[in-house]
Structures are given as structure tokens and as C-alpha cells.
Design a protein around this ligand. Sequence first.
Ligand code: CA2
Length: 151
Amino acid sequence: MAERPVLILNGPNLNMLGVRQPEIYGRETLGDLEALCRAHGASLGLAIDFRQTNAEGELIGWIQAARGTAAALIVNAAGLTHTSVAVMDALLLLEVPVIEVHLSNIHRREPFRHHSYVASAAHGSICGFGSHGYRLALDAVNELLARRATA
Ligand code: CA2
């Protein structure tokens, strides 16, 4: 296992997964997503720190604290993706790999979801693959960390 965990942060309302709008977000709960990430992380030798918050300030605090404590960051900022310059500014302070993930394909949805502040601060973005997107994000982190180790 890597010494530092991969921090996986989830923003507002993602605690409601599996409760409403399954046609958009699927039937899995946030707990199911966490279990998927822990299982896939273990198969890659990555420790996982998985969190969700409904508060922008708390999300920013966690991003700031990732400096020097996390090996990489995977973030689904939910609605804050499309509104928060402050979340983007916090992400820009990080030196570790940052991967943006969304369950839905934000580019096939309402125009206001097409712009992501998070994308401008991320190494890459994954959207539209449901919970599998978190697995893909962990694969991307694994690849980026391996490249850094040999650079
Ligand atoms: O597709 C994603 O992962 C999103 O980040 C989800 C956000 C949305 O604002 C983004 O545009 C795309 C919404 C999260 C709210 O999740 C809910 C889940 C179940 C029921 C209601 C909301």
C-alpha cells in the first residue's frame, strides 16, 4: 500500500445517491460507491480516504489539508463544479494528481452543467460512466503515480 491515501471527495447532495433520480445517477448509494473504491483501491495497492460534504467551506478545508497528506485527489464536486471559483482555487494549490469525476455525462445535460471550474484545475476529467467512473479515476491515479515514481 502507498503510504499516503488517495483522497476521494464528494460534494453536495451526493449523500442522496440511490434515494432519488436513479435514471440519472443510478441505483447505487454513496456507501456502495465507497465500497467499490475501497475494493478497487486495494486491488491497486492504494489506500482510500472517502468523504462527502454538503458544505463548500468543508470541501475547501479538506482540499487544503490534502497538501502533504494525500497521494492524489479524486473529486466529484457535484453542483459546486459549475459555480465555485473557490473550490478551483483550492485545487490549484495542490501538487498531487487531481482527477475530476462525475457520474452523469455533464455535457449531455443542461447547458449550465457544461462548464466545470474543477476541470481547469484537474489533470483530467471522467464523466458519464456512473460508478465505474470512480474505478477509472483510480486507474488514472495509479498510472500517474507510477509515472511520477519512475520520473
Ligand atoms: O453527475 C455527477 O456526478 C454530478 O456531479 C452530480 C451533481 C450535479 O450537480 C452535477 O452536475 C453532476 C448532483 C449531485 C446530486 O446527487 C443527487 C443524487 C440523487 C438524488 C438527488 C441528487
